[in-house]
Design a protein around this ligand. Structure first.
Ligand SMILES: Nc1nc2c(ncn2[C@@H]2O[C@H](COP(=O)(O)OP(=O)(O)OP(=O)(O)O)[C@@H](O)[C@H]2O)c(=O)[nH]1
Ligand SMILES: [Mg+2]
Length: 464
């Protein structure tokens, strides 16, 4: 999706609400032609000569080529620059339904609008300077948020809290850089002495420490993305039954036949406000069946990526090689052992190496009867929150892109402080500071490349 760095002059249009069964649907347009197009296709119930900005008008939508009425709609015209894109914007609130919405969109396109690319409305908001990159990214998070807390973080970020924080850091760095440049320009003056004396401490307090705190708070991402939780265990241990029990629905197929699940089945679940991305996987065992073997390879991969693992063990069978295999693979991870099938007679301890079961905290349940489920949920919560995930009310949830840029800025600023202490030429100090400032600028979009913009805006859905 190639984007020009400068705002297009053309008018874009897209369906802004999800396609499906709903009461109303919204189609939106942005650009200079908005009002002209609206006038051609919309007749207000009470005729008006001028559409006032930010007002809703009830009226009839027509197809101008046939003069055929399409739907009774509400139309609003929002005049630039007080709009999402800072361009003229028109929104049409019609009845919903795919046929109707696409018909209205077709009419707009036939009247001179162009179909918007995914994220193009938000891209225009960014290019017009109304929002910065962190805010644009937060729009995606806001749409995809999986928990109240994630929603809170994303909405803080949309409002610019994170941008302000980064901008504050950048200004402090620019201030220190200005002193370094003064020392270059006037080597004899006091500027140099001042930089040598206070520089390292200022860099430490004003830049290094706050950036380290921000990087640490990127664990707050779990609130936005959800904890990647993998349910693993030997075949037939009751993994799919556990998934269904936790979700309270028949999401995955359960049968007495070992090797039922072949693919990864993903669902979302919130336990006490903690969002989980739950993944049921193919059970472990040595097999010759090609499909099942591929499933097991996929399970191993998911186990590596997991933030948290639920290791399901069947208590009605002796602990076996496949159980131990999974426990070993989870070494060093955050995991919980779920001892299942406690409604059946216990045979677990007839197996070998049972002490391996004490490597992780454990809970006993019956996925069949639901016994022990509340204890399981509270153990999941304790394991996740006890695992060092930051639950304090920070207003930042840096994503991976932010974290990398922050990490680079941190290195440059540390280097700058070190150079000052080493009495290196002040030009070198200035260079390190400049690189740090640029890294911070990448976060807000001050110094971002087209490539970065492409990768961010391609995550958007159509109409946003
Ligand atoms: N008695 C009893 N049976 C259970 C329990 N949990 C699961 N089962 C039964 O065990 C069998 C296997 O359950 P699944 O949930 O399909 O097991 P799985 O681990 O997903 O199995 P694979 O997908 O083959 O790896 C089914 O017949 C379930 O009804 C339980 O707590 N008690
Ligand atoms: Mg299964």
């Amino acid at each position: 999706m190639p984007f020009d760095m400068l705002p297009d002059q053309d008018t874009i249009a897209a369906i802004a609400t999800p396609i499906g069964q709903a009461g109303i649907g919204i189609i939106r347009m942005s650009g200079a032609l908005c009002l002209a197009i609206a006038r051609k296709i919309f007749r207000p119930k009470n005729p008006v000569s001028v559409f006032k900005s930010h007002r809703l008008y009830l009226g009839q939508l027509y197809d101008p080529s046939s003069n055929e009425p399409i739907d009774e709609v509400l139309l609003t015209f929002m005049k630039a620059p007080r709009t999402y894109t800072r361009e003229d914007v028109v929104e049409i609130h019609s009845h919903s339904g795919y046929m109707l919405l696409s018909k209205i969109l077709d009419i707009l396109l036939s009247q001179g609008a162009r179909l918007a690319s995914p994220g193009e409305f938000t891209l225009r908001a960014f290019l017009s300077g109304r929002i910065d990159l962190t805010q644009a990214e937060a729009v995606v998070d806001l749409i995809n948020s999986r928990s109240e807390r994630g929603l809170f973080l994303a909405s803080q970020q949309v409002q610019g809290a994170f941008r302000d924080e980064i901008e504050g850091l950048r200004q402090k760095a620019i201030h220190i850089l200005a002193r370094a440049e003064a020392a270059i320009d006037f080597p004899e003056a006091e500027a140099d002495a001042g930089l040598r004396e206070q520089g390292p401490e200022e860099i430490g307090n004003d830049l290094v420490t706050p950036i380290q705190t921000l990087i640490a708070s990127s664990e707050g991402r779990i609130w936005v993305d959800g904890v990647c939780t993998v349910i693993a265990g030997r075949v037939n241990a009751g993994k799919s039954s556990l998934l269904n029990r936790l979700l309270n629905e028949q999401r995955a197929i359960v049968t007495p036949i070992p090797g039922t699940t072949r693919d990864v089945i993903e669902s979302s679940l919130i336990i006490d406000g903690i969002p989980l991305r739950l993944m049921d996987t193919a059970g472990f065992r040595s097999v010759s069946d090609e499909v099942e073997r591929l499933g097991i390879t996929l399970t191993r991969r998911k186990l590596n990526e997991a933030d948290f693992v639920l290791i399901v063990i069947d208590r009605s069978r002796p602990l076996g090689k496949d159980d131990l295999d999974i426990i070993h693979q989870c070494q060093g991870k955050s995991a919980l052992i779920v001892i299942n099938k406690i409604d059946l007679p216990a045979r677990l301890h007839e197996g070998a190496d049972v002490e391996a079961l004490s490597r992780f905290p454990s809970v006993e349940i019956s996925a069949l009867t639901g016994q022990g489920l509340d204890q399981l949920k509270s153990a999941i919560k304790d394991a996740i929150l006890g695992g060092g995930v930051d639950t304090t009310l920070s207003h930042a949830a840096p994503n991976a892109r932010h974290r990398h840029a922050l990490g680079r800025a941190l290195l440059f600023f540390k280097e700058a402080a070190l150079r000052i202490r080493e009495d290196a030429p002040v030009e070198i100090v200035a260079l390190e500071l400049t690189s740090g400032i640029e890294a911070l600028g990448e976060i807000t979009g001050e110094t971002s490349t087209e490539e970065v913009l492409d990768s961010i805006f391609s995550q958007f859905c159509l109409g946003k």
